[in-house]
Design a protein around this ligand. Structure first.
Ligand code: AMP
Ligand code: MG
Length: 336
C-alpha cells in the first residue's frame, strides 16, 4: 500500500480528520467539538455542526500537511457505533472524498480503533482495553479473530455520568477535566480524607458496571451540603475503582498481562494512577497513549483503516451504510 490514509471520526460530539503514513506513523488530527449551549448532545444539532465544520477541517488538513489527492492511499471512516445523524455526516464526506480522489473507502469500528491506536502508540501487543469515554465504558480483549466485550456499562458511559454531574453544577461540557481539577485541589487540601466520609454507591455486577445510581447519589451529597470538590473526589474514587476492578478481573480471567486505557476519561491522571497501582501489584503492565489519542480523533480511524486495507478488501459503497449499534465483536480481526 502506498500513500497516507485519512481517517474521519464523527461518532458523537467530535468531528475529526486525521492521518497515518503507509507504515503506521500517526500524524495530526484536525478536530472540531460540538458543545451544546445547554442540556445534553442533540444528535441532529451535532450533525449540523459536523456538516458545517467538515469542509473547513478537510481544507486545514490538506493545506497544513501539504497533501495533494495523489498522496492519499485510502479514506477510512467510523461506521459505528455512535449517533446515527453524526455517523452519516462522516460516512457521506468519506464516500465523497473516496470518489473525488479515486481511493479505497474503509468503514471501521470506532471501539476497535481505540485499541489499535493504543497498540500503535504504546507497543503493547495483546492488551485488555479499558475503554472509558463519553458514550462507552467497556472492557475488551482479543479472543481468536475478534475483540470480545468482557464487561461493560449497563446504562450510561462513565464520561457521560461525569458530564451530567458537572452540568448540574453549572460546569460546561466536557465536565470530566474540570471534575479532575476540583477533585485534585480538594484532595491536596484534605490528604487524609476517607471515601466513606462522602459515601456513594459502588456498583459492579460481575464484569458489568452502571453509573446512574452514583450520578444521583453524588447530586444528593451536594444537596446535603457537601463541598463540590469533596464530591468530585469521591465520585472519581468510586467510579474509577469500579472500572479498575473489572479490568483486573478481565486480566485474571484472560491471563493477559497488559492493560491499555483508551477513551476521553483515560486522560484522567487519577485513573492512570489507580491503573498503574493495580497493574504493579499483579505484575502486569498498565499503559495508555498520549491524551490526543485517548479522546476521539481521526488519526485512530486512519490507523485501523490502514491495518484493514493492508490485510483485507476495501468497503464497497453498497456496504458502507453506518451502523449506530455496531458491536465490538462484529469486526473480524484480519491484521496482526
Ligand atoms: P470521548 O467520548 O472519548 O471523546 O471522550 C470525551 C469524554 O471524556 C467526556 O465525557 C469528557 O468529560 C471525558 N474526559 C476528558 N478528559 C477527562 C479527564 N481529564 N477526566 C475525566 N474525564 C475526562
Ligand atoms: Mg471513543
Amino acid at each position: 500500500m502506498t500513500g497516507v490514509i485519512i481517517g474521519v471520526e464523527s461518532t458523537a460530539h467530535t468531528l475529526s480528520f486525521g492521518l497515518v503514513s503507509s507504515s503506521g506513523e500517526p500524524g495530526s488530527s484536525y478536530s472540531a467539538l460540538f458543545r451544546p449551549i445547554e442540556g445534553g448532545i442533540h444528535p441532529r444539532e451535532a450533525a449540523d455542526h459536523h456538516s458545517t465544520a467538515a469542509p473547513i477541517l478537510v481544507k486545514q488538513l490538506m493545506e497544513s500537511e501539504g497533501l495533494n489527492p495523489t498522496d492519499i492511499g485510502g479514506i477510512a471512516f467510523s461506521q459505528g457505533p455512535g449517533l446515527g445523524p453524526c455517523l452519516r455526516i462522516g460516512a457521506t464526506v468519506a464516500r465523497a472524498l473516496s470518489q473525488l480522489w479515486n481511493v479505497p473507502l474503509i468503514g471501521v469500528n470506532h471501539c476497535v480503533a481505540h485499541i489499535e491506536i493504543g497498540r500503535n502508540q504504546t507497543g503493547c501487543y495483546d492488551p485488555v482495553l479499558l475503554y472509558v469515554s463519553g458514550g462507552n465504558t467497556q472492557v475488551i480483549a482479543r479472543a481468536g479473530d475478534r475483540y470480545q466485550v468482557l464487561g461493560e456499562t449497563l446504562d450510561i458511559g462513565i464520561g457521560n455520568m461525569l458530564d451530567k454531574f458537572a452540568r448540574n453544577q453549572g460546569i460546561p461540557f466536557p465536565g470530566g477535566p474540570k471534575i479532575e481539577i476540583l477533585a485534585s485541589e480538594w484532595h491536596s487540601d484534605n490528604p487524609n480524607a476517607d471515601v466513606d466520609d462522602i459515601p456513594l454507591p459502588y456498583s459492579v455486577q460481575g464484569m458489568d458496571l452502571n453509573f446512574s445510581g452514583i450520578l444521583n447519589a453524588a447530586q444528593q451529597r451536594i444537596n446535603e451540603g457537601h463541598e463540590l470538590g469533596a464530591v468530585c473526589w469521591s465520585l472519581q474514587e468510586h467510579s474509577f475503582a469500579a472500572c479498575v476492578e473489572v479490568a483486573e478481573r478481565a486480566l485474571a480471567h484472560t491471563g493477559k498481562n497488559e492493560l491499555l486505557l483508551g477513551g476521553g476519561v483515560a486522560c484522567n491522571e487519577r485513573l492512570r494512577e489507580m491503573t498503574k497501582l493495580m497493574c504493579n501489584q499483579r505484575g502486569s503492565i498498565g499503559t495508555w497513549p498520549e491524551k490526543r489519542f485517548c479522546v476521539d480523533n481521526g488519526t485512530m480511524i486512519a490507523e485501523l483503516g490502514r491495518r484493514m486495507l493492508d490485510t483485507s478488501a476495501a468497503t464497497p459503497f453498497t456496504a458502507s451504510e453506518v451502523n449506530p449499534s455496531l458491536r465490538t465483536d462484529h469486526t473480524i480481526v484480519t491484521w496482526d
